[in-house]
Design a protein around this ligand. Structure first.
Ligand code: NDP
Length: 446
């Protein structure tokens, strides 16, 4: 019997009440994958999509720690182990007050498809806690990370589940968590990625997500005979992904003019130089530092409480968080002449925005394709740890480029329409789905 999108979504919503981000992520995949399943009934027979929409397991735990005043604090930690059909669970850890089970399920679901697209043997997972690192001292962050890992260590391992960073979790937090894992288990293994170079980290990991999103943008532009050079780029966020995306735009001769945080955005009409981007990277290393301080340092404008989508641009890179670019923002971007969108963040565009980009037939890359460079490099960090060796920066830069080019090719293969327009959402979803579904098919009913 053919699968029907609205019946399938009713079923998903009924069994995951209130988890709106998760419904949104599943809907986006189901819309494009169901016609493929109906054309290939072998997947319907074994209920692959239903099984892929149900995590293998969800672990939720209390994280107790004492702040600098000696007051006891209680947070909730999670690990969603979504699907390990093609490799150990793999996906970041997010520390942000908005973290809840539904958000992590959406991220873990997306991650399964993204990791499949990289071509590397990694399953999908995601974790985090409703902990707010803003304004916390270094010692408080260390104690929180240690307490978090004191439970998480039971559920992870180099061949089981390999977390990485995400919002609120960078190299420093990974270091604290790795130290605690090693101390508890007495095992030095590649249990986390995004590690420091001294203890098993990979060159290019910090740069990989932002650079990868720009490589993917470049691939899309090349496909229609255009270049990044000379193009004005609007970037949101000011963390790891955003600053590296802006930097790579600059390397390619483009002009990045905005960055943002949860307080508002800055617009520098002269464009960012390397010096300005380096300043932002350093400034935002202090968790809680505001992007608004840029204006006192370099000039330009600060727009409190606003997102940057009203600034005229040729290309847009949303690199902050989910649902930060809505239907009306998309209309504004289109009105101002935006021709391409490459997502650095996970699900930053809502469904109305995506529909507007598709209707206007502009280039639109979903995060599961365009931000896969980060986890791709994490996959290479895992293989370097297993082989106990370090690859050179140049070697890894080429490897990242190849991962992004291959994902682009897969999207073109599965998402091209008769008139030559590429539906990158369809392409990414079908290519990501097929590999995981074929593995599940091989395992039988488990
Ligand atoms: P960071 O913590 O380094 O930076 C996050 C940035 O987003 C900050 O500028 C932050 O502002 C802003 N932000 C966070 N929440 C909100 C919000 N609710 N509204 C507006 N702005 C917000 O995180 P990353 O750069 O690592 O991650 C950014 C995005 O990229 C996320 O969607 C993440 O899942 C995705 N991603 C990250 C990868 C990685 O390798 N790091 C890999 C693939 C995807 P503020 O300082 O005010 O909080």
């Amino acid at each position: 019997m053919a699968v029907n999108l609205s019946d399938f979504m009713d079923w998903v919503v009924a069994r995951n009440p209130g988890e709106t981000e998760f419904h949104q992520a599943v809907h986006e995949v189901a819309e494009t994958v169901i016609p493929f399943i109906n054309a290939n009934p072998v997947y319907e027979k074994i209920k692959v999509l239903e099984r892929m929409a149900e995590p293998d397991r969800i672990i939720s735990f209390r994280v107790t720690w004492a702040d600098d005043n000696g007051e006891v604090q209680v947070n909730r930690g999670y690990r969603v182990q979504f699907n390990n059909s093609i490799g150990p669970y793999k996906g970041g850890i997010r520390f942000h007050p908005s973290v809840n089970q539904g958000v992590l399920k959406f991220l873990g679901f997306e991650q399964t498809f993204k990791n499949s697209l990289t071509g590397l043997p990694m399953g999908g997972g995601k974790g985090g806690a409703d902990f707010d690192p803003k304004g916390k001292s270094q010692h408080e962050i260390m104690r929180f990370c240690q307490s978090f890992m004191t439970e998480l260590y039971r559920h992870v391992g180099a061949n089981i589940d390999v977390p990485a960073g995400d919002i609120g979790v960078g190299g420093r937090e990974i270091g604290y968590m790795f130290g605690q894992f090693k101390r508890i288990t007495n095992s030095f293994e590649g249990v986390l990625t995004g590690k420091g170079l001294e203890y098993g980290g990979s060159l290019m990991r910090p740069e990989a997500t932002g650079y990868g999103a720009v490589y993917f943008l470049e691939d899309m532009l090349h496909h229609i005979g255009q270049e990044i050079e000379g193009k004005t780029a609007v970037v949101s966020g000011s963390g790891n992904v955003a600053t590296h995306a802006a930097e790579k735009i600059l390397h390619r001769g483009g002009k990045p003019v905005t960055l943002s945080d949860s307080g508002g955005f800055i617009f520098d009409p002269d464009g960012f130089t390397q010096e300005k981007i380096d300043w932002v990277k350093e400034h935002k290393k202090q968790r809680g530092a505001r992007i608004s301080a840029y204006v006192a340092e370099f000039g330009g404008e600060y727009h409190e409480g606003k997102t940057p989508w009203g600034v005229p641009c040729d290309v847009a890179l949303p690199c902050a968080t989910q649902n930060e670019l809505l239907g009306d923002d998309a209309k504004t971007l289109l009105k101002n002449g935006c021709k391409a969108v490459s997502e650095g963040a996970n699900m930053p565009c809502d469904m109305k925005a995506i529909a507007a980009f598709h209707d206007a037939r502009i280039l639109y890359a979903p995060g599961k394709a365009s931000n896969a460079g980060g986890v791709g490099m994490s996959g290479l960090e895992m293989s370097q740890n297993s082989a106990r060796l370090h690859r050179t920066e140049e070697d890894l830069r080429l490897a990242l480029r190849k991962i992004m080019d291959d994902i682009h090719d897969a999207c073109v293969r599965h998402g091209s329409e008769p008139d030559g327009y590429v539906d990158y959402v369809k392409g990414a979803n079908i290519a990501g789905f097929k590999k995981v579904a074929d593995a599940m098919l091989a395992f039988g009913v488990v």
